[in-house]
Design a protein around this ligand. Structure first.
Ligand code: SF4
Length: 384
């Protein structure tokens, strides 16, 4: 479904709570729908349909209109609906008539001017209000813990059912199947309202007026101003500064200090490059730069004609290649894939990567031999 976003929406709450003036600044930039956003919208439409059908609600099957539909998406939507149904059953253990709302518009405007958002599923029962958010992204693993988007939905849910159900506990659940992530966080109604009064409402007042401090950080990647924001540029250029002393080569501490800043710098640099290219393609001139044609590889002007010629020459022009795991899962669907191919799946250890020490993955066994094997592999990849 197409959704008009509020200026201070639940889905952007993390960003505008971290940097209040970003809300008004973002208004100057147009919405550029991405491939991933469209895929997510399709997955949500399908998940909504499957859940409604499971709950006995007569609803139109959207499959034909979904650009990104595949078996994998259908399986995830099935699993999501089954998961929600389990939560409904759980709610029935303590409440005979829980309410289930799907794709419900929820207003939290008592704290945030014109604040609203659409929750994927809300289960309201005596004792507990459960908020479920279906995330189809495959990039970042999203946590429900202290997640302001989920807090906003919960406030909207409380506003709708206040006085009808006796709710003291709030369960927030993020269901993110492509990251095999189900994240749950519980908060009491009193704690949530305290946060809304002390953090959400005052920050929203700043944001709506374009006041407060610009603050750059990881949340910038979701900001429409990310490529041209002066604060973000200053922040990253400041990050890049480092007073290197003699001697001529960096020591271990200096390399560690540089590594901690690199991801943010690369992400900012890529945003600026992407923005500048888009502008240049529209005619903007940047002093000292020009547009040129990039490198390209030779290819057949007419593949069918090339194949016919090779066949007439008595040779087979095609190579037969097994589909990769993702394409095969999309072809067969997750369940069939696991049934018939599950036993053939192995997961070789990944190549070593350097991450910060708070990363949850166990430390790689860096025995000397492993190290040399990996190094050989890396060098081989680089040279091939
Ligand atoms: S890019 Fe970052 S610092 Fe700049 S307005 Fe957006 S969130 Fe704030």
């Amino acid at each position: 479904m197409s959704v008009k976003h509020a200026l201070l929406s639940a889905s952007s709450a993390h960003r505008w709570l971290s940097c209040p003036p970003s809300a008004l600044l973002s208004k100057q930039f147009e919405d550029v729908p991405s491939h991933f956003a469209q895929e997510g919208t399709d997955a949500h439409a399908l998940a909504q349909f499957k859940l409604e059908r499971l709950l006995g609600i007569n609803t139109k099957d959207p499959t034909e209109s979904l650009k990104f539909y595949n078996e994998e998406m259908a399986d995830h939507a099935d699993d999501y609906s089954a998961f929600v149904l389990e939560q409904v059953e759980k709610a029935k253990e303590t409440c005979s008539d829980p309410q289930i709302l799907i794709e419900q518009k929820l207003s939290f405007s008592s704290y945030v001017p014109e604040g609203y958002g659409y929750v994927d599923c809300l289960i309201v029962a005596d004792g507990t209000l459960t908020v479920i958010d279906f995330k189809y992204g495959i990039g970042l693993k999203i946590s429900a813990e202290s997640n302001p988007q989920m807090f906003c939905y919960a406030l909207g849910g409380l506003a709708l059912f206040d006085g009808i159900y006796e709710t003291n506990n709030i369960r927030l659940i993020i269901y993110q199947p492509r990251k095999e992530n189900i994240s749950e966080y519980n908060i009491s109604k009193n704690e949530l309202i305290k946060w809304a009064e002390e953090v959400l409402a005052p920050t929203a007042q700043l944001a709506i007026k374009g006041e407060g401090e610009f603050k750059a950080g990881k949340h910038c990647r979701f900001c429409k101003a990310k490529a041209t924001c002066r604060k973000r540029a200053q922040y990253n250029l400041e990050l890049a500064k480092y007073d290197f002393d003699e001697p001529a080569t960096l020591d271990k501490q200096e390399i560690a200090a540089t590594l901690t800043k690199i991801d943010m710098l690369v992400s900012w640099a890529n945003d600026v490059k992407e923005y500048a290219l888009k502008e240049a393609l529209q005619g903007t001139k940047f002093e000292g730069f020009k547009l040129v044609a990039g490198r390209s590889n030779r290819k057949f002007a007419d593949e069918a004609a090339a194949a016919d010629i090779v066949i007439s020459a008595g040779k087979d022009p095609y190579e037969k290649k097994l589909l990769g795991i993702t394409a095969m899962t999309a072809l067969l669907g997750k369940k069939t894939f696991e049934e018939i191919l599950g036993g053939l799946i192995v997961k070789p250890p990944g190549k070593p990567v350097l991450v910060t020490s708070d990363d949850k993955r166990p430390e790689h066994n860096s025995a000397y031999q492993d190290f040399n094997e990996n190094l050989e592999e890396i060098n081989h990849d680089k040279n091939s």
